[in-house]
Design a protein around this ligand. Structure first.
Ligand code: SF4
Ligand code: SF4
Length: 670
């Protein structure tokens, strides 16, 4: 009689304490901004099955992925033991044996996974101290936390086997337990007292574990499935889509995020879900090249700030020093924030679907729009965008220059001119597509050749295409990523008006940044467009035999993936297929390619900022490209082209190695 009473007291205490922690946690989430994450259920379920249950992201790294998969599924199966033990606490002698043959399967799996978890936990423990991979190297307190949890898991398994072995020795075991039977072979005669010791130890460790979780990085055991379900990413990726700000809403007094309360509750949940595995940091171009930015720390600092300030805020305490602090500056420095290229490599690797970029941009928004605290060179970029609707100091009229040049060249070549100015037609209805040149495509001397090359391909394929010329304005991408949402919104609204005026529906562009903004972000400003990247367009023209490469080029080519084309829009094969269609081309991949491609260093507006900290990202990438032995580095983005060309110059390889766009290579081969 005493046993169930004692058990009930411990059970209610443990569950009560846990619910108290959960209630506190929810009250911290409520301090942050609301956000609706209710829609898109099929996508959410698919993410949850693939990423949370099948652990597909973790399996990108074979060894660690398999280890984690064993621990995860071991835990799911072992939950039955815990439930069985809890019921047994209330009703002595209870077991699921009434399930018949299914119970034998269950006990077999318990034994199998129990042994597997024990081995992997011991391996993981050793790995924390000997031969630790770089990404797992953490400060002493984090290592202690990780080791403590691993020891707890090991003890849960040891006590579980202890119970099974004692039952076997007492002749009370049911089901099929090969591992426990093997261990029991080493002992003779069971003892009921020993069984009780293992039982109570098992239960107390489980309850202690449950109550430790909300205060440790292993909270992800509980939150990762929920976090994955609530994530907005589609797999394969549609990149991070930044949310607009309603500047007409006069109740908004704080633009962007200064403290954790200015972020959304989902950003806070992300912080609590971080497992501190360091996968994000190990692929971050800024961190790799020696910058202070560490995406893992961005996430854990959000958690730390919430944990430090949340309780005092909820209790409305006064005079607490933590309340005088802020997330930005006291926890995260502007230097870290400005180093981000928004390349999404961190997001791609994160096994629990954490979004690092939205909070980074939100904090940039606050620095720019509230504090006017940003690197001085951004003044020029913002001024140009305000006055010339482009990051560069060119007039709107100069957007027509490439069109005039192209028309001259086409008439000299005797090519038919399929190009139309949309303004002269009054509408885009008669056109196959509108070609959005982008600012770099119109103004950058080098990239203008790419723009014209692609236009010539359209001409050769007989595509009826229109251009907006001086009516086109910067899509707003650099301003958005640099945190100047006010400026971005103004540019976007002007473009939306123009696109609507001409009833534009289909757009093709040679700039992945323009593509991403027009395709994924303009819908929030009132226009839905079908947007393709020029490499996708070329691939289709090749498939339809409207373009037929015949000239052999005999070139060893490596392709550099643009982050905004690949990770943001899942376009990896189109540029490669287009290149492979050219006779004589020998394609060679860089070590970091496809969805693991390394950023060129120009995204997130970094194209326009000085890079003085650590090694330059474009040099790191150029060295990797040169390491392939390719004589041509193919790219499909104006920013990548500039960064790689600068890299080649710096490495003094300009005479041997060329950076070319996919369109230029295909055109050469016609
Ligand atoms: S987006 Fe890229 S640069 Fe920014 S933190 Fe993530 S990996 Fe680093
Ligand atoms: S943010 Fe994701 S990838 Fe980075 S340490 Fe946390 S769990 Fe790992």
């Amino acid at each position: 009689m005493l046993r169930p009473i004692l058990f009930s007291i411990i059970f209610l205490g443990a569950i009560g304490l846990f619910l108290y922690s959960v209630r506190n946690f929810i009250s911290y989430l409520k301090l942050a901004k609301p956000e609706d994450r209710s829609g898109n259920i099929p996508q959410r379920l698919s993410n949850t099955i693939n990423i949370a249950f099948l652990q597909t992201k973790l399996l990108r790294s074979k060894l660690a992925g398999i280890l984690h998969l064993c621990i995860y599924w071991g835990f799911v199966v072992l939950l039955f033991v815990v439930v069985e033990s809890i019921i047994e606490g209330f009703f002595e002698g209870f077991s699921f044996a009434f399930l018949g043959p299914f119970y034998s399967v269950l006990t077999f799996l318990q034994d199998f996974f129990g042994a597997l978890v024990l081995v992997t936990v011991l391996f993981s423990l050793v790995r924390r101290y000997i031969g630790t991979p770089e990404r797992l190297r953490v400060d002493t307190s984090s290592r202690k936390d990780a080791s403590f949890i691993l020891v707890m898991i090991a003890l849960v398994m040891v006590t579980m086997f202890g119970m099974s072995v004692e039952k076997i020795l007492l002749g009370q075991s049911q089901g099929y337990r090969p591992v426990s039977e093997f261990i029991a072979g080493f002992f003779s005669g069971g003892s009921h007292a020993m069984y009780e010791v293992f039982f109570w130890a098992h239960i107390l460790i489980v309850f202690a574990f449950l109550n430790y979780l909300p205060y440790s990085k292993h909270f992800h055991v509980l939150s990762s499935v929920i976090n994955t379900f609530l994530s907005n990413f589609r797999i394969p990726y549609q990149g991070i889509t930044l949310k607009p700000i309603n500047f007409e809403d006069e109740s908004i007094t704080q633009y962007g995020a200064k403290d954790f309360t200015d972020l959304t509750w989902k950003n806070i949940l992300d912080g609590y879900t971080c497992t501190e595995c360091g996968r994000c940091t190990s692929v971050c171009p800024a961190n790799i090249t020696g910058k202070l930015l560490n995406p893992k720390l961005i996430v854990t600092k959000i958690r730390k700030r919430t944990m430090n300030a949340g309780p005092a805020m909820v209790e409305k305490e006064e005079g607490v020093s933590e309340l005088q602090k802020n997330l930005v500056s006291d926890y995260i420095t502007p230097q870290e924030l400005w180093a981000c290229t928004t390349c999404m490599a961190c997001v791609q690797e994160c096994p629990v679907m954490i979004d690092h970029i939205t909070p980074i941009v939100d904090m940039r928004r606050n620095l720019v729009m509230m504090e006017s605290d940003f690197p001085p060179e951004m003044n020029t970029v913002f001024r140009n965008m305000e006055n010339n609707e482009s990051p560069w100091a060119f007039s709107a009229a100069q957007r027509n220059d490439w069109i005039d040049e192209l028309q001259d060249e086409l008439s000299k070549e005797g090519s038919p001119d399929c190009l139309k100015k949309v303004s002269s037609m009054g509408s885009a209805d008669e056109l196959d597509v509108v070609f959005w040149s982008g600012c770099a495509g119109a103004f950058d001397k080098r990239y203008r050749n790419v723009t014209k090359s692609f236009a010539k391909l359209l001409n050769k394929a007989g595509v009826k295409y229109g251009v907006l010329g001086s009516e086109e304005k910067c899509t707003g991408d650099p301003a958005r990523r640099l945190g100047n949402e006010f400026l971005a919104a103004s540019l976007i609204q002007q473009n939306v008006e123009t696109l609507k005026k001409y009833n534009v529906k289909k757009v093709v562009t040679a700039c992945p940044h323009c593509m991403n903004t027009l395709k994924n972000e303009y819908s929030a400003f009132g226009i839905e467009l079908e947007v393709t990247h020029h490499t996708e367009f070329i691939e289709n023209l090749l498939k339809e035999k409207k373009l037929i490469p015949t000239k052999k080029l005999d070139e060893k080519v490596t392709f550099h993936d643009s982050c905004y084309l690949g990770r943001y829009n899942d376009v990896y094969s189109s540029p490669r297929n287009s290149l492979k269609s050219v006779p004589g081309i020998d394609m060679v991949e860089m070590k970091r390619s496809g969805d693991r491609g390394l950023c060129c260093g120009a995204g997130g507006g970094r194209m326009f900022l000085e890079e003085t900290e650590g090694k330059r990202v474009n040099i790191e990438r150029t060295e990797e490209a040169l390491g392939t032995g390719a004589k041509t580095i193919a790219s499909a983005c104006p920013f990548c082209m500039t960064m790689l060309t600068d890299g080649i110059k710096e490495k003094e390889k300009s005479d041997e190695v060329k950076v070319k766009d996919v369109a230029e290579i295909v055109l050469e081969s016609l």
